[in-house]
Design a protein around this ligand. Structure first.
Ligand code: ADP
Length: 177
């Protein structure tokens, strides 16, 4: 699809995905939560939360659109990249820019930490209510831009869709490339 990198689409549980790094749709507190955040902390164990608490003590958490890195704990993945998606408030509050930031900053963190494969959940499309169609467009566009324009070592990006609706939307987006 893009330069030397491959992009995969799967439906399933991101905690079971094989990748150097998996991305967590965290919240600004970094203290865990529901949805994919809860699943990652449950599967990865307490080492992840311990590192999140250290980061919280050092820098007060993670801002919307930013990304921070911890161990993968008991997960197969070496790293978890925690990024905070925007809450959807109708679209006039920089939601689009912040969601782009999440994808770009997560990929940058993967490169900085020498991860050559990375798996993304459908950031912001659960509890944060970002419209799935708009979010899938942004995810695919931002990832492809990064893979084409940057001196990246990333060889594989996996989009992990939890629900059928997202899977169909991503299929359609990826067709364009
Ligand atoms: P946000 O607060 O960013 O909306 P959520 O965790 O509520 O985060 O939802 C983000 C996406 O992650 C949703 O599409 C949800 O269906 C999905 N999701 C929930 N659990 C998992 C999981 N175990 N693996 C992959 N995706 C998941």
């Amino acid at each position: 699809m893009m330069k030397d990198s491959i992009v995969q689409l799967i439906r399933g549980d991101i905690t079971k995905t094989e990748a150097d790094a998996i991305v967590n749709a965290a919240n600004t507190s970094l203290m865990g939560g529901g949805g994919v955040d809860g699943a990652i902390h449950r599967a990865g164990g307490k080492a992840i939360l311990e590192e999140c608490m250290k980061i919280r003590n050092q820098q007060g958490g993670c801002a919307v659109g930013e990304a921070v890195v911890t161990t993968g704990g008991n997960l197969r993945s070496r790293l978890v990249i925690h990024t905070v998606g925007p809450v959807w408030h109708g679209g006039m509050n920089n939601e689009e820019q912040r969601l782009k930031d999440c994808y770009r900053n997560s990929l940058t963190q993967a490169d900085l930490n020498e991860a050559t494969s990375i798996a993304f959940p459908n950031i912001s499309t659960g509890i944060y209510k970002y419209p799935k169609s708009l979010a899938s467009y942004i995810a695919v566009e931002e990832v492809s831009k990064y893979l084409l324009n940057k001196e990246t070592k990333i060889k594989k990006v996996v989009f992990v869709c939890f629900d059928e609706e997202n899977l169909e939307l991503y299929k359609n987006e990826l067709k364009k490339y």
